[in-house]
Write a protein that binds this ligand. Sequence first.
Ligand code: SF4
Length: 220
Amino acid sequence: MDDRDYLPLSWLSQVDYCPRRAALLLNERIWAENADTAKGRSEHSRVHDARVERRGNQLKLYEYTVFSDAMQVWGKCDCIEAQRWELGCSIKAADFPVRLYPIEYKHGSVREERSYMIQLCAQAMCLEEMFSTEIPCGALFFISAHRRMEVEFTDQLRSDVTARAMVLWKLWETHSIPPAEYGAKCRRCSIQEYCMPKVKTSAGEYCRRLAKEAMEVEPL
Ligand code: SF4
């Protein structure tokens, strides 16, 4: 895999959350921390330690790199449970066939966020492609609540993942920034200050209008 030709898988959830946010982060390299992102990073750093744990017929692979040639994305799975299953696939870390079950760690209370499901399902789709296997479900693990929420990888969720990958690539290749659509999501967005979602006019359009108005002013 050549990572110059692949985009980060985690951006798919950004696209799902808000395409404008994804474009600002991706194309203008804007990033701002808020309480949510800081807490998420600190809790995540505790699990970001690549290792394999074995216990009998089950392995846990942490920080496992995954990629998809079809979607041209790559990323890391926080944890993959690999359970012995005679109809399963082969992975390097196990000397028996296994069924794979990806788990993505999230901070905060248990909640059904579509963008989290998109990220998890994308990881599963990468694993399916890498190991020619089928993964019907995985789980989100909410660290503070210490609760697991199972996610079924439905056809709809899979096609949403593919669609988000296409949007991500389009944003990257065209360097475009979609217009803001103010909504509830903006209240928790860490880059709201840069995005200015309530300002209907883009900065470029605003400057052009000011310049036009300045030229139209009658000289005294
Ligand atoms: S403030 Fe709202 S519109 Fe702007 S990037 Fe964030 S979520 Fe998107």
